[in-house]
Design a protein around this ligand. Structure first.
Ligand code: TRP
Length: 368
């Protein structure tokens, strides 16, 4: 509720969304927080099956989103997926949303013996009016990591994006396959890739959007968010520093089938693994927002709405900072805010960056 209001939603929308969130979570929504986390959900570091995010634009109207795992606590991944599907279909029915694009993919992402770190996550964009926009996140490795490229290629094909897979950049692993459902101007199909040991220069080369964000913009975002090269432009060390802890992620969004190319690109920096504490993470997010002419106030207010702890007393409240480009729309900076319902990661003692240069090994997930 407080977070909704911090993001500018009315009192009645905030109350409605608080109810929506609880009902989407099912029995987990009622679980006392004194009990341990229901399972080892990969959705957040402390296994809370809820993560918030704030999308900021230069016009200053932030959008609050919430990512949930409706099947969290189910006995096994197959059940988790079934509960997730049921929850999504229930919400869709309630708001008159068509789920046929998801239904057409069920056999691909919900095999009888699924594997991997998730079965289904669902994100709600809490727009004014009390009816959220729905996004569904599926697991490319449901039938095994080795099949993930085939799974994603086939899912894209069924949705009419026959040439999309070939346009993806190299990546180390296919992480998520996501669908927008319902009342979107341009519903997207999104493919997420993980990139180990990535440098700013390599990140700058990942967008496949025609006329998308330039390499300089992406590299400068990377360095600001990662805390590299803060003191001077383009020091040799700053240029080559790689993020060698948690991988950077890229997202490629497809909205039309004619060109075979994505119309959206997002880069996500897992800032929590490269900062000592959340004060530092916030400074980085504020620097990124400043660079893009965006007001940091909604972010600062949102952080105090979810926690009363001091930012320097932990790291991970801000999980990721992202820079999103979608053709024909203003730039968005997205910040992912952990619930920390179960745990706060203690601050790191030393500076968290390394000038490692090791290239990642193994077969790129998108080149088979
Ligand atoms: N917790 C997972 C991770 O850190 C998945 C995840 C949650 C994620 N929110 C995200 C990934 C936002 C990218 C961006 O990878």
């Amino acid at each position: 509720m407080r977070l909704c209001e911090a993001a500018g939603l009315s009192g009645s929308d905030s109350a409605e969304y608080a109810r929506t969130l609880l009902s989407a979570l099912g029995p987990i929504g009622e679980r006392p927080l004194e009990l341990p986390a229901p399972d080892d959900s990969f959705l957040s570091d402390d296994h809370t099956p809820v993560e918030f995010s704030l999308a900021l634009t230069p016009d200053g109207n932030p959008t609050l989103r919430v990512l949930i795992e409706p099947g969290c606590g189910a006995p096994g991944l197959a059940q988790n997926g079934r509960r997730g599907l049921r929850a999504v279909r229930e919400m869709a029915r309630r708001w008159g949303v068509d789920t046929s694009r998801l239904d057409d993919l069920e056999d691909l992402f919900f095999p009888p013996n699924p594997r991997g770190p998730l079965a289904l996550w669902c994100a709600l964009e809490l727009v004014p009016g009390g009816v959220p926009r729905i996004k569904v996140y599926l697991n490319p490795a449901a039938s095994g990591q080795e099949r993930s490229a085939d799974t994603v290629r086939e899912a894209l094909r069924r949705l009419g994006h026959r040439r999309a897979f070939a346009s993806l950049p190299e990546g180390d692993r296919l992480l998520f396959f996501a669908l927008d459902l319902g009342d979107w101007d341009e519903p997207r199909v999104k493919v997420y890739l993980a990139h180990h040991d990535l440098s700013a220069a390599e990140a700058a080369d990942l967008s496949r959007v025609d006329g998308g964000p330039g390499p300089a913009e992406i590299a400068s975002f990377f360095r600001l968010a990662a805390g590299h090269d803060i003191d001077g432009p383009e020091s040799p060390e700053g240029r080559d520093q790689r993020l060698d802890r948690r991988p950077v992620q890229s997202c490629h969004a497809f909205t039309e089938t004619a060109s075979g190319r994505p119309s959206g690109f997002t880069l996500y920096i897992p800032v929590r693994d490269y900062a000592r504490h959340d004060g530092e993470s916030l400074d980085r997010a504020v620097a990124v927002l400043g660079r893009h002419g965006m007001d940091p106030d909604p972010l600062v207010r949102s952080l105090s709405a979810v926690t009363s702890r001091r930012l320097r007393d932990g790291v991970g409240l801000i999980a990721y900072v992202g820079l999103a480009h979608q053709e024909g729309r203003p730039r968005r900076v997205t910040t992912y805010i952990s619930s920390e319902a179960y745990d706060v990661r203690p601050p790191a003692l030393a500076a968290v960056s390394s000038p490692g240069r090791g290239a990642s090994a193994g077969t790129p997930a998108t080149r088979r």
